[in-house]
Design a protein around this ligand. Structure first.
Ligand code: ATP
Ligand code: MG
Length: 430
C-alpha cells in the first residue's frame, strides 16, 4: 500500500461543512461592495517577484522571509502573491486605468506567506481586499473605514475595535525614523535579536515587537504624532471628525505603524478580543507613493485587507447562524421503475423551481436505508417513490422534521405542493 500524501504545512482544506460560512461571508461582501459602488477586480495570483520587493519593501517580514518565490523553468522570477495591493496597483497601471483619474475596486482570494502556522495564521489564507486610487482627501479614508465597519456589522460580528493612527508624509516618517534609530541605538544591547536586526532596516517595526524586554523600551520611545507634518495632522483630524459624525468609535493608537513600507498618513486595524493573539481581522491604510514607486503617474491610494479565515473563526466563535444551503427535499426511490420516474420528476421539479435544493438518493438501498440518508442530509421533506406509487401516478410525501404522517399526492402536483410548503417556510423564517 502506498503512503498517503499529507497537505502542505499551514495549508488547510475548507470542508463542505464549513463552506456555508464562507459563502455567507463572500455573498455579504459582494452586497456591501455593491452598496458603495466598488467594482470587482480579479488579478493574478502569480506576479514577478520584483513587484513585491519594490512595493512592500526589502526589510518587511513579508519580503525578508515569508514569500513563496521560485524561478520558472530557469526564466521568470515568480512569487505567489502575499497580499493584493501590489498586484492591483500593478494592474491598474498596466491597464491604463488611471487615465480617467479615479477608481474604487475590490477583490477576494488566496494569499501565500511562509509563516509559522498557528490558529488564525496559515501559509495559504484568504483576504477580502478594497482599494481606491486617485482620492487625496480624508473623505475616502472615512468611506473605506465605514465600508469595513458595515461589512463586519452585516456579518453580525461584535467586539471588534477600530485602532487608528497617522504615519504622516514620507518626509515626516523619515524624520521620525531618525528619532527612533537614535532612541533605540542607546538601548541596542537590550533589544531582542529581531529588533536589533530591524534597527537600521525598518526601525518602525520594533514598535510592533511582542518581546517583553523590547516592549519596555518601546514604552519610552518618541511618539510619531510629534513628527507629523501639519497637512497630515489636518488630514487625520478631519478623518476623525468624519468618523465621529458617522458614529464610528475609534481608538488612536500611537504604536500602530503597520509592517509594510508603502503606507503613508492614515493606518488602521480592526482588532478583536475574541481570537487570542491573532487578533487583527482587518488592516489597511493610505499608500500615496505606491503607484509612482511602481512606475505609474503619481496617484494617491488607500486600501484594506480582511483575513477571511479569522472572520470565519469569529462567526463560529460568536455563534452566528449562517443561512443554510443544504438540501430542502430528499427524493427516495426504490426499484428500477421508481428510480427512473424519480430522476425524471427531480429534473422537472428543478425546471419548475430553480431555487429548489433537491437531493436524489443514489446507489439504491431499501426504504429504511434511504430514509436514514434523507435524515442525515438535513432535508426537511422527503418525496417517496415506490413501484406502487409509480403505478398510481402519485408520490408519498413526508415531513422529516415534523410529526405528521406520510401523505400521498399526485405526481404532477408535486411542484405546486413544494411551492406552498417551502414558500410558507420562507415566510416563517424570513
Ligand atoms: P501580522 O502582524 O499579524 O502578521 P500583517 O500586518 O502581516 O499581520 P496584513 O498584511 O495587514 O497582516 O494582512 C491583513 C489581514 O490578513 C490580517 O489582519 C489578518 O486578518 C490576515 N492575515 C495576514 N496574514 C495571515 C495569515 N498568514 N493567515 C491568516 N490570515 C492572515
Ligand atoms: Mg504578517
Amino acid at each position: 500500500m502506498s503512503t498517503i500524501i499529507e497537505p502542505l504545512r499551514g495549508v488547510h482544506d475548507i470542508l463542505p461543512a464549513q463552506a456555508a460560512a464562507w459563502r455567507f461571508l463572500e455573498q455579504t461582501t459582494r452586497e456591501v461592495f455593491a452598496a458603495y459602488g466598488y467594482e470587482e477586480f480579479r488579478v493574478p495570483i502569480i506576479e514577478q517577484t520584483q513587484l513585491f520587493k519594490r512595493s512592500i519593501g526589502d526589510f518587511t517580514d513579508i519580503v525578508e522571509k515569508e514569500m513563496f518565490s521560485f524561478v520558472d523553468q530557469g526564466e521568470d522570477h515568480i512569487t505567489l502573491r502575499p497580499e493584493a495591493t501590489a498586484g492591483i496597483a500593478r494592474a491598474v497601471i498596466s491597464n491604463g486605468m488611471l487615465r480617467t483619474g479615479r477608481l474604487r475596486v475590490w477583490c477576494m482570494g488566496p494569499m501565500f506567506r511562509r509563516e509559522r502556522p498557528q490558529a488564525g495564521r496559515y501559509r495559504q489564507f484568504h483576504q477580502i481586499d478594497a482599494e481606491a486610487f486617485g482620492f487625496e482627501g480624508p473623505d475616502i479614508d472615512a468611506e473605506m473605514i465605514l465600508l469595513s465597519a458595515r461589512l463586519l456589522r452585516r456579518l453580525g460580528l461584535s467586539r471588534i475595535k477600530l485602532h487608528l493612527n497617522s504615519l504622516g508624509t514620507p518626509a515626516a516618517r523619515a524624520a521620525y525614523r531618525e528619532r527612533l534609530v537614535a532612541y533605540f541605538s542607546t538601548y541596542e544591547s537590550q533589544l531582542d535579536e529581531d529588533s536589533r536586526r530591524r534597527l537600521h532596516g525598518n526601525p518602525l517595526r520594533i514598535l510592533d515587537s511582542k518581546h517583553p524586554d523590547t516592549q519596555r523600551i518601546v514604552a519610552g520611545a518618541p511618539h510619531l504624532a510629534d513628527s507629523l507634518d501639519p497637512e497630515s495632522k489636518t488630514h487625520f483630524e478631519t478623518l476623525c471628525g468624519h468618523l465621529r459624525a458617522a458614529g464610528i468609535e475609534y481608538h488612536v493608537d500611537q504604536r500602530l505603524v503597520r509592517g509594510l513600507d508603502y503606507y503613508t498618513r492614515t493606518v488602521f486595524e480592526w482588532i478583536t478580543d475574541s481570537l487570542g493573539s491573532q487578533s487583527t481581522v482587518c488592516a489597511g491604510g493610505r499608500y500615496d507613493g505606491l503607484v509612482a514607486q511602481l512606475g505609474g503617474a503619481p496617484t494617491p491610494g488607500i486600501g484594506w485587507a480582511m483575513g477571511q479565515e479569522r472572520i470565519v473563526m469569529l462567526l463560529e466563535k460568536q455563534g452566528r447562524i449562517v443561512p443554510a444551503d443544504g438540501p430542502q427535499v430528499y427524493l427516495i426511490a426504490s426499484g428500477e421503475r421508481a428510480q427512473r420516474a424519480g430522476l425524471e420528476l427531480a429534473e422537472r421539479l428543478r425546471e419548475a423551481r430553480p431555487d429548489l435544493r433537491l437531493q436524489v438518493n443514489m446507489g439504491g438501498g431499501n426504504f429504511k436505508a434511504q430514509f436514514k440518508r434523507a435524515d442525515k442530509s438535513g432535508a426537511r421533506y422527503a418525496i417517496v417513490l415506490g413501484d406502487d406509487e409509480v403505478a398510481r401516478g402519485t408520490v408519498s410525501w413526508k415531513d422529516l422534521r415534523g410529526g405528521q404522517a406520510q401523505q400521498e399526492c399526485a405526481i404532477d402536483r408535486v411542484a405546486e405542493r413544494i411551492g406552498v410548503l417551502l414558500g410558507n417556510e420562507q415566510a416563517n423564517t424570513g
